[in-house]
Design a protein around this ligand. Sequence first.
Ligand code: SF4
Ligand code: SF4
Length: 133
Amino acid sequence: MTQKKTFLVNIDRCIGCYACEIACKDENDLTPDIRRVMIRIVEAGNLNRIYVPEFSLESVDISGCTLCPQLQIEGRRPACVNNCLTNALGFGDLDKMRKQSEKIPGFKYEKEQKKGITIYISKKPLDAFLTHA
Ligand code: SF4
Ligand code: SF4
């Protein structure tokens, strides 16, 4: 059975550099106002910030993430994942991403949407900043 494609997001590695957002716009020729992946900033006290990459996997219009089929068909990873400088993002079938996530210690949260799944991992409890994710 075909598995839903899954993003694996290690929140502790995300530095909020926006390279994923920019790579997505570049690869998919998007106008500046459209963000298929966006970095949500959560103020975590003591001047700490947590960056939460969120994929637009519900929308079916131009603002929705397409999972970059034009790259997958060539055996390449989506542009956002490929351009993440800190290896905070992974991508693949659900089983494979679950297995990868098991190798990373921390709290895990799976968010299922229409077009795919996002697995978030962090050593910090996730509920505080994933409530609205
Ligand atoms: S998978 Fe492709 S369309 Fe979706 S957010 Fe990443 S770069 Fe953009
Ligand atoms: S490219 Fe990677 S480190 Fe930079 S904002 Fe995106 S997920 Fe975070």
